[in-house]
Design a protein around this ligand. Structure first.
Ligand code: EPU
Length: 436
């Protein structure tokens, strides 16, 4: 087991290159199950969530060939299995995205069975919209005993019109994957519009699917018989980029965040500008600079193009260092997603949570402490706080952070941060690897 040790108070300088998007990768890898032939994926992030999914595909009979650290070739031509055997359940229970295997297997075999997924614990994470959509496509769905079982009596799914009652990234993705090879036309209304939804549509289309409208609130899919092999490069990670931008805001300095799509970062850039952080956009980079005091701000998370919930904890960490009162309101997750607040308080932050909002009173300085990563983005928040704080911060349970951030320590060190990953004796902590 390992932890991060951060000596805070050093401004960040230099350039950081952003990796491929985690939430696109975890949708596209399961979708590769639909492909008859080899698909080559480039700009794949090197994180534990993608490793887990590639392992699952290998167990299912796919040939997975790592060409280099971020390029993989996946050949699912000979995959026969539509039921995940018991030895894979520990893997499917680790991550949220394992439920995309249901859409992919249903589309490919007309049958599927897997465990309920894992994922960051934000309270209740219903899957009713996934079930509604797949049922509408003609699948019999059963969720019981910790498993999701799906069967299509007609053999092949049938296109139809589906209206999502709630804007859901996961349900939009699962239904898109399944509908890619359904008979006829599927229209999905009130869908999520996140950049990784568009990326999945582009991936499916480059493998022969006919998906239109991704990025708007209606997606139309004309089902094709089967998908063929091809090559696809994933988009850069909006949230990883935002995390480095927030780190510069908190610790100060000047950093070029490169290999990004600035358009995907607009709401983050504009909120940071409101907080007196300079953000300059280039073609595929943003320059972020902060040398004066931060300004207070309020923010509310919303589905894309609103402010991303996956940046909420990191921005709250920054606002802890901004003089005055700020309010952070969670508009996506009913549970509030505020588990990191207790950790930031250990560092001297003044935050009170009420319902869906965190009320922050900025302090002069945060101070180093022993804290833990409660989940992926909560972990990023305490790292950011540690970089800005006076003294030493130890971050435990970093396994959550490594699910979603490629080489976080290496990237921050290259920016001049004093952060190290050190071994913790096995008996001193008990990690619970449950993520997504
Ligand atoms: N919801 C329902 N019914 C459903 C599905 C969702 O009511 O069937 C509700 C949820 O309870 C939530 C809202 O709809 O209130 C949005 O949930 P969504 O389905 O969009 O979330 P998700 O697909 O489970 C993905 C990301 C999360 C990110 C959310 C929102 C992956 C693997 N996970 O989760 O990412 O927070 O979208 O953008 O793509 C992260 O990367 O740290 C992370 C947690």
């Amino acid at each position: 087991m390992e932890k991060y040790v951060i000596q805070g108070g050093r401004p960040l300088h230099g350039e950081v290159e952003i990796s491929g998007a985690k939430n696109a990768a975890v949708a596209i890898i399961p979708a590769a199950l639909m492909v008859h032939g080899t698909c080559r994926l480039e700009n794949l992030p090197e994180i534990s969530d993608t490793d887990t999914l590639l392992h699952i595909l290998t167990y299912l009979g796919a040939r997975v060939n790592m060409i280099n650290r971020t390029t993989v070739e996946i050949d699912c031509t000979h995959v026969q299995m539509d039921i995940l055997p018991e030895r894979m359940w520990a893997l499917t229970r680790k991550i949220r995205a394992s439920y995309y295997l249901i859409g992919a297997m249903l589309g490919r075999f007309g049958r599927a069975r897997t465990t309920m997924p894992g994922g960051c614990n934000f309270g209740v994470r219903p899957i009713d919209q996934h079930i509604k959509g797949l049922t509408a496509l003609g699948a019999d769905m059963d969720v019981s005993g910790g498993f999701i079982t799906a069967g299509c009596p007609a053999g092949r799914l049938r296109g139809t019109t589906i209206y999502l009652d709630k804007v859901s990234v996961g349900a939009t993705i699962n239904i898109m994957i399944a509908a890619a090879t359904a008979e006829g036309r599927t229209v999905i209304e009130n869908v999520a519009r996140e950049p990784h939804i568009v990326d999945l549509a582009n991936f499916l289309n480059s493998m022969g699917a006919d998906v239109r409208g991704a990025g708007t609130d209606t997606i139309k899919i004309r089902g094709v018989k089967q998908l063929h092999g091809g090559s696809y490069a994933l988009i850069p990670d909006q949230i990883e980029a935002g995390t480095y931008m927030a780190a510069v805001a908190a610790a100060g300095g000047a950093v070029r965040v490169s290999n990004v799509i600035p358009k995907h970062l607009e709401c983050i850039s504009s909120k940071l500008r409101e907080m007196a952080v300079e953000v300059e956009e280039g073609d595929d980079y943003v320059l972020v600079r902060r040398d004066g005091p931060l300004h207070r701000a309020n923010l509310k998370t919303m589905p894309y193009p609103g402010f991303p919930t996956d940046m909420q904890p990191q921005m709250a960490a920054v606002l802890c260092c901004a003089p005055g009162n700020s309010t952070v309101t969670e508009g996506v997750w009913a549970g509030g997603r505020f588990k990191y607040v207790g950790e930031l308080k250990k560092m001297g932050a003044q935050i009170e949570v009420e319902d869906q909002s965190a009320f922050i009173q900025g302090v002069d300085k945060l101070t180093g402490s022993v804290v833990k990563a409660c989940d992926l983005r909560a972990g990023a928040a305490v790292v950011i706080a540690g970089l800005a704080a006076e003294g030493v911060t130890e971050v435990e349970d970093i396994i959550y952070i490594e699910r979603g951030y490629q080489d976080l320590v290496g990237k921050f060190r290259a920016l001049g941060a004093d952060i190290r990953c050190v071994q913790v004796p096995e008996h001193s902590r008990s990690a619970n690897w449950n993520a997504g």
